[in-house]
Design a protein around this ligand. Structure first.
Ligand code: GLV
Ligand code: MN
Length: 195
C-alpha cells in the first residue's frame, strides 16, 4: 500500500534524513545492495514471549526503498507467542515453514478468525487488524511473513498499553480494563523498559 515508485529502483540512503515517503536514493548502487541474507535464523527466542522476529524491511535491507515490500523471519519456541499486534501501514501474508502454528486475527467488530496451520499453509492479515501467532506444536516453529509496505510499523498491544514511555496514567487503564490499580501496576511492572 506504499506509493508507487517513479523509477526502476531507489536504493535507500539510510544516512540521509528520510523524506516524506522513504529515504533519498543512494547515488551509486552495487550488486550486493539488492540481496539480503538475514532471513534464515536461527533467532534467540529466550525471552518471556518465547518468540523472536528478524525483519527484512527498508531499515535492514535498503534495496526495498520505494518498492512497497518487506518480509519477516518469525520463530517461536513450543508454546511461544507473537503477542497481539497490528501493522498500521500494511496487510500481511505469511506461511509456516516449520512447526504447527495457531494464527488468528480480529476484525473491527471483534470477530476472531483463526486456524492451526502446518508447514506450507498460508494466512493473510488485512491491513491494521490485530493478530497473533502461537506455537501449538512440540518443536520450534518458523514462519516467513511478507508485507505490502517497506516499513509496515508494528503496534504491540501489551507493550503499547503497559510499557509506553511516558506511561499511560493508571486511572485510564483501570477504567478501560474494568479492573483495579493493583492489577494495572502488576501488568505495568512486567513491561517496564518496553517502549
Ligand atoms: C507476524 O505477524 C509478523 O508481523 O511478522
Ligand atoms: Mn504481524
Amino acid at each position: 500500500s506504499d506509493s508507487d515508485p517513479l523509477q526502476d529502483f531507489c536504493f535507500g540512503d539510510l544516512k540521509a534524513s528520510p523524506s516524506i515517503n522513504g529515504f533519498p536514493c543512494k547515488s551509486a548502487v552495487s550488486l550486493s545492495d539488492f540481496f539480503y541474507s538475514g532471513l534464515g535464523g536461527p533467532l534467540d527466542t529466550s525471552n518471556s514471549d518465547g518468540y523472536a522476529v528478524a525483519p527484512a524491511n527498508v531499515l535492514t535491507f535498503p534495496g526495498l526503498n520505494t518498492l512497497g515490500l518487506s518480509m519477516n523471519d518469525v520463530e517461536l519456541d513450543p508454546d511461544g507467542v507473537n503477542p497481539p499486534h497490528s501493522h498500521p501501514r500494511a496487510s500481511e501474508v505469511g506461511t509456516v515453514i516449520e512447526g504447527l502454528v495457531f494464527v488468528g486475527f480480529l476484525t473491527t467488530n471483534n470477530t476472531l478468525y483463526s486456524k492451526t496451520l502446518e508447514a506450507g499453509e498460508a494466512f493473510v492479515i488485512p491491513r491494521g487488524l490485530v493478530h497473533f501467532q502461537w506455537n501449538v506444536g512440540r518443536v520450534r516453529a518458523r514462519l516467513i511473513t511478507a508485507f505490502n509496505s517497506q516499513l509496515p510499523g508494528t503496534v504491540v498491544l501489551p507493550n503499547t498499553l503497559f510499557g509506553s514511555n511516558p506511561p499511560i496514567p493508571n486511572a485510564i487503564l483501570v477504567r478501560a480494563f474494568r479492573t483495579d490499580f493493583t492489577t494495572v501496576r502488576n501488568l505495568k511492572s512486567n513491561f517496564s523498559g518496553c517502549s
